[in-house]
Design a protein around this ligand. Structure first.
Ligand SMILES: [Zn+2]
Length: 288
């Protein structure tokens, strides 16, 4: 991606190096194995048991001496540029396609563990969005995990992850997040998982819509970038990850969609840039 000279967002809460009481020091252990599976659960918004597990940690966050590497600093800068782009793009798309004012989310950068409006969380859950405080939470080490464990690399792949979480925020503003959440609470496990897949595929679509307009506005994306993001969408498909971790798939347990579905909806957003093509709720589940 061509990002030189681009503005960075001010809606960033940089909490790297802050410890959260007794939770400090958690997270990194088990991260390598848990990260892949937990990524499936990111964006389930309430994060279910994950946040409850970490929820008892309490304590206030304390700043400590924190010295990020130059590489991590570059990633932080890049993430702030991408967030700024989502602000520009979604402001325009809301004005033109929704007829409403876009209210941007906050992005919290943290290391290891963090307190959120949805409870406490450790980095092992992967990037996630909390609707209660309208914030996305990212431990930047997730990006090196993506690279090392999934071979998903490239700036646009990282941008896709951020744009996917912002996509959940857009769903929140559009009201679909709340509606689906309510349906999930009233459903049995399999049905709730199906609703989750619809929500996640729409977030992939919305990430694509962002990519479409990012390129239109800034001429920043080339074919290799697109290939990187598509490849990323494939290796975070439920079927791919389940096969990788347990050797077989359990479709009823899918929460984010298959590799083919994630690729399809990301591409649809990238190709159209048009919200009218992103309704993942009113088509039969088998046709997603
Ligand atoms: Zn998600």
């Amino acid at each position: 991606m061509r990002m030189e000279g681009r503005r960075t967002s001010s809606n960033v809460d940089d909490r790297r190096g802050m410890s959260t009481g007794k939770a400090a020091g958690l997270g990194i252990g088990g991260l390598l194995i848990a990260g892949l599976v937990m990524y499936l659960l990111n964006g389930k918004i309430d994060l279910g048991g994950l946040l409850q597990q970490a929820g008892g940690m309490g304590g206030t966050e304390v700043a400590q001496d924190y010295q990020p590497t130059a590489q991590e600093e570059a990633l932080a800068e890049f993430s702030k540029q991408i967030l700024a782009s989502t602000e520009d793009v979604w402001t325009k798309v809301f004005r033109e396609q929704v007829g409403a004012k876009y209210e941007p989310p906050k992005m919290v950068l943290f290391t290891s563990a963090v307190q959120t409006g949805c409870g406490g969380a450790t980095a092992s859950v992967g990037p996630f969005y909390c609707s209660a405080d309208r914030s996305l939470y990212i431990d930047l080490s997730f990006f090196s995990q993506m690279k090392q464990q999934l071979g998903a690399d490239g700036e646009f792949a990282y941008a896709y992850v951020i744009a996917h979480e912002v996509g959940h925020h857009v769903e929140n503003l559009l009201g679909t997040l709340g509606q689906v959440h309510q349906k999930m609470q009233q459903s049995d496990k399999t049905t709730a998982n199906n609703w989750s897949v619809r929500l996640e595929l729409q977030a992939d679509f919305l990430a694509g819509v962002w990519g479409y307009h990012e390129d239109k506005m800034f001429n920043s994306i080339d074919e290799q970038d697109i290939a990187n993001a598509i490849r990323c969408s494939k290796v975070i498909g439920d079927d791919y990850l389940q096969k990788k971790s347990q050797g077989y798939t359990v479709p009823d347990a899918f929460t984010h969609g298959t590799s083919a579905q994630r690729e399809k909806w990301l591409k649809r957003g990238l190709q159209t840039g048009d919200l009218r093509y992103g309704d993942t709720y009113n088509i039969p589940y088998s046709q997603l």
